[in-house]
Design a protein around this ligand. Structure first.
Ligand SMILES: Nc1ncnc2c1ncn2[C@@H]1O[C@H](COP(=O)(O)OP(=O)(O)O)[C@@H](O)[C@H]1O
Ligand SMILES: [Mg+2]
Length: 311
């Protein structure tokens, strides 16, 4: 009763892990990850934001939070995930990445698996996880995009952003069998502009790939979003009535209605298992491209494998 969103999510049978990616950097991945995360948290979902842009961590800095330890310590076995998690607006949980630690940009697939596996400890305390990935097509992005049920591709109306978003989708789809994309138009003027941008990207995707990513929606260009950043706050928190804040709240509501995996052992096992397939190199035989590839969705048959397959 007091928590309709969570009940709603559970009724749908599972919880999503959402990777936020883009081709080009600087198009709004972190803004989307943080504000969407806080919007979900405000709806009562226990939301964990994983700052997986490991080499250039900025979620904690962006929010003016003081991260003592970070994921680098967890990977090195010097801290438990519990110890590094920060609390942001609306109770958003944040697992800070490793700032300026070069090593973190060079994690092996097994080490990435270690990061993901560490979240198992908190599985009972998380309803949804958002992963803020790095720009471009690094190992990091590939690993997390493959591990997630939904890959949100942020795009702005600039040729380089559209081209790079297409390139990212092409590589993830063609080489890594990722099909579950959703396009988010950022910094657009209005709904029509967002739709136009989506259609433009979709036209290219459909011409060259057998894939029809869904439109997630749009976030308008908003000076309040920038103002909030300067104040090291989130726009949904500092300026809840601004147009971008309202957009993020609408997107949060939409996310709770997405199709979800159904599995008795929970989403995190699915997350780890998916990742195991991503890093095992066995995906070509294990995951034939499904005829439903045009619909972002989950192959629930794969949700029951053990997390132990990671190593
Ligand atoms: N909807 C928006 N309205 C206005 N400015 C935006 C919006 N989204 C992003 N920005 C601007 O773009 C900058 C980069 O955004 P950020 O989320 O850090 O991108 P990324 O994580 O992809 O590098 C922000 O600092 C902000 O100035
Ligand atoms: Mg960023």
């Amino acid at each position: 009763m007091s928590n309709p969103s969570r009940t709603d999510a559970l009724l749908h049978g599972g919880i999503p892990v959402i990777a936020v990616a883009s081709g080009k950097g600087g198009v709004g991945k972190t803004s989307v990850s943080t504000n969407l995360g806080a919007a979900l948290a405000a709806r009562g979902l226990r939301t964990m934001l994983l700052d997986a842009d490991l080499g250039l961590a900025n979620v904690d800095v962006m929010l003016g939070l003081n991260a003592g330890k970070n994921l680098a310590h967890v990977v090195r076995g010097e801290a438990d995930l519990k110890d590094i998690v920060l609390t942001g607006p609306s109770g958003l949980m944040i697992a800070p990445g490793a700032s300026g630690v070069k090593r973190m940009t060079e994690l092996t697939a097994a080490e990435h698996a270690g990061v993901i596996g560490a979240f198992e400890d908190l599985a009972d305390e998380i309803d949804v996880m958002i992963v803020d990935t790095g720009a471009g097509i690094s190992d990091n992005v590939i690993v997390y995009a493959r591990a997630a049920q939904e890959v949100v591709v942020v795009v702005v109306d600039e040729p380089a952003s559209i081209t790079d978003a297409y390139a990212l989708i092409k590589v993830l789809h063609r080489d890594y069998d990722v099909n579950n994309f959703r396009i988010l138009a950022n910094r657009v003027q209005d709904a029509e502009h967002g739709q136009r941008l989506y259609t433009q990207l979709l036209t290219v995707i459909e011409r060259f790939l057998s894939l029809t990513p869904e439109y997630m929606g749009f976030v308008p260009e908003d000076a309040y979003l920038k103002k909030a950043i300067r104040q090291q706050r989130l726009v949904v928190d500092a300026y809840p009535l601004s147009k971008s804040a309202r957009a993020f709240k609408g997107l949060g509501e939409a996310v709770t209605k997405w199709r979800r995996p159904v599995g008795p052992s929970g989403y995190l096992e699915f997350f780890v298992e998916h990742h195991a397939r991503a890093s095992s190199g066995a995906s070509a035989t294990n995951t034939p491209v499904k005829s439903s590839a045009t619909k972002p969705g989950i192959d629930v048959a794969h949700t029951h494998m053990s997390a132990a397959t990671v190593n």
